[in-house]
Each structure stands twice: as C-alpha cells, then as structure tokens.
Design a protein around this ligand. Structure first.
Ligand code: GDP
Ligand code: MG
Length: 440
C-alpha cells in the first residue's frame, strides 16, 4: 500500500534532529510512486519533486518546529500547489457551460451541479443542447426532475444553437443556468465548431471541462483543444467512485491554467462535492488527511495544554489500551471532533475502513462522555488499568460512588471493549491486508 509505505517513511523521521538529503529522496520517491500510479503527468510529478527537494534542503524549520513536521508541511504545501485551489464559484446569478467528450459525464454533472446550487438557495435550470445523442433529451429531463430543478430542451429541434437561444429565454427566472452540450467519441472539427457557436450564443460566465477520472495522458491534448475553442475556467472530475484516482485531470488543469471545481462520485444527482485540495491529495496518495490531522492535533494540544507526547494518534495503534488511555483520548477528542472523523484522518486508516465498524463503536456523545468521566472517577487505579476485573460487585460500588445507573457503566465497558477490539484489528493488519483493503 502506497499510503502506508509513505507513512512508514515519514515515521522514520520521528525524533531526528536533522533531515538528510537521503531522507528527502526517500519521501520524494514514495510520493512519486503514488502520484504516477494515480495517473499524474510525469512532468508535473518531476516539478513537484524538485520543489520539495529544494525547499526541504534549503529552508530551515521555524523555531519550535520539528524537522519532521517541517518536511510534512513542505510536502503538503507543494501538493496543494500541484492540485490547486478550488475553482471560485460565487453564489450569484450566472451561466455555466459544460464541455467534454462523449460519456465523460456532462449530462449527469449538469444535474448534480444544479442540485448542488439548489442546496445553496439558488434556483438552477438545465438547458440541454445535445441533439446528437439519441435519448439525451429524456436522460437530461429525467435527471432534472430528480434534482428538482428547471429544465429546457427541445427533442424536435436539431439546431443546438437555437435550443440554447430559446433555452436562455425560457429559463429567465433561474439564477444559475447550466448549459449541457453534446460530446463525440473523440474531438473533431465539427464538435469544436459547434461548441464555439453555442458559446457565442450563450456567452457563459464559466466554461467547465468535464473529465472522466480514468482519463489518462490524453487529458492534456483534449484540454488544449477545448481551451483553444472556448477557454476553460474549471474542471470537473467524474467517476471517482471507481478505481481511478483522477490524477490525469491535473494535466488538463495545468494545460488550461485553471482549477478543479467539482468532483463526481456516483450516478445519482447528490453524488457531487466541491473540490477541496486536502481531500483530493489524500485520495491521490491513498492516505489519510495530513493537513487536517496536523492542524487538529495542534489545536487540541493548545486547548488541553498538553504536549505532543500525551496524545499521539499513531501511538494509539500500538500497545495495550486501558481505560485511562480511553479517557485521555476522550478528552482530546472533545477538542478535535467526532472519533470517526479523527480516525479518517490518520494516515493509512482512511478509505472504507470506518464503514466496516459497528455504528455505535463511534457513538460517543458529549453527554455519554461526561457520564463516563464521572464513572471513571469512581474507579480504582487497578480497575482503570485493567477493566476486565470489573464484575457485578465492583459495578454496584462504582454506581453508588458515581450516582450513575449500572447501564451507563456497562456502556462504558462495552465502549472500551469495542475500541480496543478495533485497535487490535488495526494492529493485526499486515501490509498485505492493508493493501487489499485500500484496493476495495
Ligand atoms: P455525457 O455523455 O458526457 O453527457 O455523459 P453522461 O452524463 O451521460 O454519463 C455517461 C455515463 O457515465 C452514464 O452512464 C452515467 O450514469 C455515468 N456517470 C456519470 N458520472 C458518473 C460518476 O460520477 N460515477 C459513476 N459511477 N458513473 C457516472
Ligand atoms: Mg450528455
């Protein structure tokens, strides 16, 4: 698993007072492997590698920052530089035109985006100008209904420019008009000429290029052609629910000097999310969210006034897990956010792993946490170290002492049992198991 070997390499930097050129080489190599496997263009990977190497060797960590954290920060910043920020999409009246090859996901994306804008309180409309694909009208109309948004199309008209013109008129009441266009098996002059004419008519505020995540090296030349014809302001990557990581799209982003606007990950109108660099980076590398992890740990440490050694999410995966550990984590977690989100951010534990756990393993509400805290105050040191010794008699004593019902005490013990089983499960996983899981 790529994520876990990168994590291993980063772990090797722990406690080092100086990071050598060789250390940097190792990290860069791991990142290169991950990115190339995710279809990121070789030239882009090379540029990223050079930037990381130069910065890591030339820049000194600021006072109070460990060399490992500093390298992590450089790596993260350069990865953000590679994937870019999210395309700016003000929540105001606008017309957006979608372009892309046949089957890239334009029609689906039009409905998804319309749905997304509707959740922001805007009134969207879809204008369907595809006169080539049989069934495009029905498909689009049906998806617009599912997204509960306005729709304009004309199955009897065969001039897409006229449909666009009529569509703009018919959807005047809408705030956001999304113009869907036809695609082809490949880019040809006819398509280019047609989309130029539609663009002239529509005068969109934004042209978005829709790309299939599985799009490899051809993304670059395709993007160049669309860029020349209509100018591309942003990219949408679709089908990220499949095995492809979407790295190929970065070449299109680079080529068009644009950014990524949305990610699509399914066939329903709700399977859309705004692009966000750190999540996408995690996906590319196949590891948890580095940025959020470092930020949250830092924040939690500031709030509890504890130093780093007191709560280390990676350490949580090693050694035995006592009630004391659980308590310490509950305290920190209180400052960090829900456990499942925290677990998602630990490098190597992301992906579908959380979905395999019982729902209530993660259900530590604030109220239960407070009760658990009071209950643990009534426990002996021995009980906190080894909760298995707590039988009926001890439970009754703890209840009397804490004033909490037996049921709560049992919940606490059950919670601890589930969490330690969960951690054992993680510890028991060899690299091979991890790899299989990440591939699922
Ligand atoms: P268009 O030709 O560019 O308009 O592409 P469509 O929107 O018609 O999509 C082509 C096919 O890909 C359809 O079967 C869609 O259901 C499917 N599709 C589109 N986006 C996604 C996605 O994000 N995930 C998955 N799994 N399928 C998608
Ligand atoms: Mg279509």
């Amino acid at each position: 698993n790529l994520g876990s070997s990168l994590r291993g390499t980063l772990d090797n930097l722990r406690g080092k007072s100086r990071i050598s050129e060789e250390d940097i080489e190792d990290i860069v190599k791991e990142i290169q492997r991950s990115l190339l496997q995710a279809d990121v263009d070789v030239a882009l990977v090379q540029e990223l590698s050079n930037n990381i190497k130069t910065r890591a060797l030339e820049e000194d960590p600021p006072a109070g920052t460990t060399p490992r954290d500093w390298v992590l920060r450089i790596v993260y910043e350069e990865l953000v530089e590679l994937v870019g920020e999210s395309t700016d999409l003000p929540l105001e009246e606008q017309t957006i035109m979608l372009a892309g090859l046949y089957g890239s996901g334009k029609t689906t994306t039009a409905a998804k985006m319309a749905w997304w804008f509707s959740t922001k309180g805007l009134r969207p409309a879809i204008i369907q100008t595809d006169t080539d694909r049989p069934g495009a009208y029905d498909q689009s109309k049906e998806m617009a209904e599912r997204a509960e948004v306005d729709f304009y199309g004309d199955p009897d008209e065969d001039d897409p420019v006229k449909i666009a013109r009529d569509g703009l008129e018919a959807t005047e009441e809408a705030d956001v008009r999304i113009v869907d266009t036809a695609g082809r098996d490949g880019l040809n002059e006819e398509l280019i000429e047609q989309i130029e004419r539609i663009e002239d008519e529509v005068q969109p505020d934004r042209d978005l290029l829709v790309l299939d995540a599985a799009m490899g090296q051809s993304a670059k030349s395709q993007a160049a052609d669309f860029q020349e014809a209509i100018g591309i302001d942003g990219v949408v990557i679709t089908k990220l629910d499949g095995t492809a990581k979407g790295g190929g799209a970065l070449a299109a982003v680079d080529e068009t000097d644009s950014t990524i606007a949305f990610l699509g990950s399914g066939e329903t109108v709700k399977d859309i999310e705004r692009f966000e660099p750190s999540g996408f980076i995690s996906r590319l590398l196949g590891m948890g969210d580095l940025k959020q992890l470092t930020e949250r740990v830092e924040r939690a440490m500031q709030e509890t006034g504890e130093d780093e050694d007191d709560w280390d999410p990676e350490q949580m995966l090693e050694g035995s897990f006592t009630l004391k550990d659980m308590r310490k984590q509950m305290e920190t977690m209180n400052n960090m956010g829900p456990l499942d989100q925290v677990m998602d951010m630990i490098p190597g534990l992301g992906g579908g792993l959380m979905d395999q756990l019982p729902d209530d393993a993660m259900d530590v509400t604030q109220e239960r946490m407070r009760d658990f805290d009071v209950i643990m105050d009534s426990m002996t040191e021995e009980e906190l170290e080894n909760p298995r010794i707590i039988g009926q008699e001890r439970t009754e004593r703890i209840c009397a002492g804490s004033g909490k019902p037996e049921e709560r005490v049992r919940e606490l013990l059950e919670q601890h049992k589930q969490m330690s089983q969960m951690l054992k499960q993680f510890q028991g996983m060899g690299d091979g198991d991890m790899e299989r899981m990440m591939k699922q």
